[in-house]
Design a protein around this ligand. Sequence first.
Ligand code: PMP
Length: 418
Amino acid sequence: MKVSTSAGIAIEAEAVIPDGVTSSRRAVEPPLSIVSGSGARVTDADGNVFIDYVGGAGAVPLGHAHPGVAEAVARALRDGTTFGLGVTREEVELAARLVEEFPSADMVTFANSGTEANLVAARIARATTGRDTIVTLAECYHGHERLGTTRQARYNDPDSVTAALATGGVAAVILEPVAHNCCGTIEPAYGFLEAVRESCDTHGALLIFDEVMSWRHAAGGYQALAGVRPDITTTGKGLANGLPIGVVAGRRKPMSALVSGPRATMHFGTFNGNRASVAAALATLRAFEDGTARARMNSLGEDLREGLRALVQDAGIAAAVTGYGSVFSLVPLVEAGELRSVRDVARIDDGLLAGYRLELRKRGVLEKPDRDGLRGHVSAAHTPAHVELSLSAARSALRAALDARSIQHGLGAAEATD
Ligand code: PMP
């Protein structure tokens, strides 16, 4: 008989899936198996309903099972999804729509994930410059990408980027224009993105913006807000609201590396531009078109951050509340201060973070369990009522986690004096 509880499914999973999960760091204790999602909520196999801020790791900015996306995908499925020859009208439409959205892009190609898009961008940069090294920033996303030869610089430290470029042989600098993968969110300091742009130009290297996460913030990505134009942009994640997609968008010159010929850079992918993902992306773009969904998400994100700051202050604990737009994090710290660089990660209070997130889950609010998922994501399906409920759950969750900790400390002290 098939079991249908989170715990039972986890036991079956352990037997046939390494670690019981199919993407690293999805494992959670107690085990969780989600059976459905709708808007801002998800339901698990035990019938628990949660206000969801995991949001598919940022992949569902419109909320789960968005009707417009679901209908577009269903229509695409009926006509066949993957043909393996030529191009579909919908791929052209999506590419043209993205060229319109990103002023830095003249041409677009597709892949199946943000990781793939970044790999393609790196290969384009290498082919265009005839150089090998890619400069990455310590505070930005790395995932498991193998970018070949890399050199590391630091976010918000333009001198470190210039120094990395000056060593020579650099094909491109790749960075998240607003960094969401280090320690909550780090916004670019005034002039940082401009300085990197200038330094890339001086040294003949391409600038790649990884807008896989940050596309959710604005039509045309964070670059549209910052006013800095990269040579190549990668995106994906939320663009198809829950279906796999990767996008590489760039100026005509570097993108021409993909034009066939004896020196062409090959870009293969059976599922590149498949109808289901493309239909989902077109429907997602339509839903975001008039700007109201993003404005609502951003304002709810701000409400959450403001509420979380207030409760941190009331609790009198060291913690950082960070985020941007629809992304937020409450990060307990062992020592007060801001989270600005990869060095600051050492100050995260992992024990209290885990305790707080576990208590949140008990109260019907879902975030990832630890520092590997610091980011919470507000979707366009969240409402002020969800935010209010979440803040009240957060207040009591933090109190419960602090109580549990002081009992443990008390116990430790009592036993030490026994
Ligand atoms: N870039 C950034 C900024 C990301 O946040 C992520 C995923 N968290 C990726 C790239 C990789 O995207 P994917 O998981 O679709 O491969």
